[in-house]
Write a protein that binds this ligand. Structure first.
Ligand code: ADP
Ligand code: MG
Length: 476
């Protein structure tokens, strides 16, 4: 029997606000433990939460960017459970009345586009964190994260493979970064994911029993955890067993998932509406304003780049995968005569020099200056090899391409007579090689090209050199 996997993801994304969801404490990452807390985060009795409006704006953006309907009225609920990192004894979340519903996004599934439906996006606060590294006998609690605003984005079980799951999270992350509501930093936990996985015989429409793998915080872990869990469940079914519905964790050292707790004990959260918070009401005007503030999204950018600049879909996809990179390219293309050359140079030469595409705005060569360099190549003033040298000089200094060319006399030699007379000298100086060439060893052309380039310090137009060399070597 053949089995197939069914996967649904719950992605937690931290909203990039300065202050927490229900208080004015800072959300800055990496501060000294418990330095960013106040009575609200600490769950002191008698204090009241105050909803941060910026959080609402960001969550609406996330909903609109994933084609969700935005509920005009949603509600906060208390999710009750005990854990030492949760001082109030409940987490404020949304339950039966979430802010966003029925969205979707499109991924590349390997064989074409695939639509993954989004069930809901709801608001919630993060919990604190237990720290075990100070002592073997004690656990410490850091509440800096408590009250940090999150959205939980829940997908329908429309995902079929580990690769699709990774594509989905990548796409979601790109979108959230584009609209600037989440920094997407998975190492710092700004984006993490729970994977719900089940398997079933191919052809069966009913879903199998699922397990939920908690807290996957890298693409690699998402991939490996789902692959392992799919195989594990398949083996259980093949051997006649039943999959137990439970929460599991991924051990990245051993590459396996293991049971953390069974659903039965975990699931009785006794949700109820939070009496301290008013319903979240979104007015039509507000919604319109937020809609208008959305930037062009990655998919739209991709197809516009293909149409407007005649570059390939693959190139457009890479260029649109980060908003700062896309903006850099577009600015460069605006000034470059050859848009395809701009795309090629950025993808092949420039990306090699930048560690983080999202910080390309800090790259020393500004897009219009790169365009100037590319136009010099296009006009035949310099060749590619010289251009690469100028490019690295531009990275390390603050001169423009034209200045460097003028200063160093790097203008390409395109004068055929000048090139011919240099070639004549080289032919005269290398009679043995000339004879070998004329006797059929045509691989020596490269040697002659090298000699010409050496004599011209790399400035000769390679096309003219090749052409003229062939002619001169062949005539006796
Ligand atoms: P729970 O009540 O356990 O939280 P939900 O119905 O809320 O389950 O679904 C949580 C996530 O699990 C969603 O992303 C959903 O798509 C996914 N999911 C639900 N059932 C299955 C299943 N049988 N196999 C895989 N994923 C599933
Ligand atoms: Mg759930």
């Amino acid at each position: 029997m053949e089995y197939e996997a069914v996967i649904g993801l719950e992605v937690h994304a931290q909203l990039a606000t300065e202050s927490k969801i229900f208080s004015s404490s800072s959300t800055k990452f990496g501060s000294y433990p418990n330095s960013q807390v106040n009575p609200v985060c600490l769950g002191m009795p008698g204090v009241l939460p105050v909803f941060n409006e910026r959080v609402l704006e960001y969550a609406i953006k996330a909903g609109l960017a994933t084609s969700c309907e935005i509920a005009r009225k949603s509600r906060f609920a208390r999710k009750n459970y005990f854990y030492p990192d949760l001082p109030k004894g409940y987490q404020i979340s949304q339950y039966d009345e979430p802010l966003c519903i029925r969205g979707h996004l499109e991924i590349d599934s390997g064989n074409g586009k695939k639509k993954i439906r989004i069930t809901r996006i709801h608001l919630e606060e993060d919990a604190g964190k237990l720290v075990h590294e100070y002592s073997d006998f004690e656990s410490h609690v850091d509440l800096n994260r408590a009250g940090v605003p999150l959205v939980e984005i829940v997908s329908e079980p429309d995902i079929s493979t580990a690769e699709e799951a990774v594509e989905y999270v990548k796409k979601l992350r790109t979108i959230l970064k584009y609209i600037e509501v989440c920094d997407g930093n998975m190492e710092e936990g700004s984006l993490r994911c729970d994977a719900n996985v089940s398997v079933r015989p191919v052809g069966q429409s009913e879903l199998g029993t699922k397990t939920e793998i908690k807290n996957l915080n890298s693409f690699r872990f998402i991939q490996r955890a789902i692959e392992y869990e799919t195989k594990r469940q398949e083996a259980v079914l093949r051997s006649g067993g039943k999959v137990v519905q439970e929460t599991r964790l991924f051990d990245s050292q051993r590459g396996v998932t293991f049971a953390m707790r069974s659903k039965e004990e975990a699931h009785d959260y006794r949700y109820f509406p939070d009496p301290d918070l008013l319903p979240v009401v979104v007015e039509e005007d507000h919604l319109k304003k937020v809609r208008l503030s959305l930037p062009e999204l990655p998919d739209e950018k991709l197809s516009r780049f293909v149409d407007e600049f005649s570059i390939s879909k693959d190139d457009a996809e890479t260029l649109s995968s980060s908003r700062p990179l896309a903006e850099y390219f577009e600015e460069c293309a605006k000034h470059a005569n050859d848009k395809k050359a701009a795309s090629n140079w950025i993808l092949n030469e420039l990306l090699r020099e930048v560690e983080n595409e999202d910080r390309i705005a800090e790259f020393p060569v500004r897009p219009e200056n790169l365009a100037e360099l590319l136009n010099l190549i296009g006009e035949g003033k310099i060749n590619r090899k010289t251009a690469k040298e100028i490019f690295s000089e531009m990275i390390n200094g603050d001169k423009r391409a034209g200045e460097i060319v003028a200063e160093k006399g790097l203008t390409q030699i395109t004068d055929e007579d000048e090139i011919s007379s240099i070639i004549a000298e080289i032919i005269k100086a290398n009679p043995k090689e000339v004879e070998r060439y004329r006797n059929g060893d045509t691989k020596l052309l490269g040697f002659f090209v090298g000699q010409v380039m050496k004599a011209t310090r790399g400035k000769a137009d390679p096309a003219i050199v090749n052409q003229t060399l062939r002619k001169s070597l062949e005539e006796k």
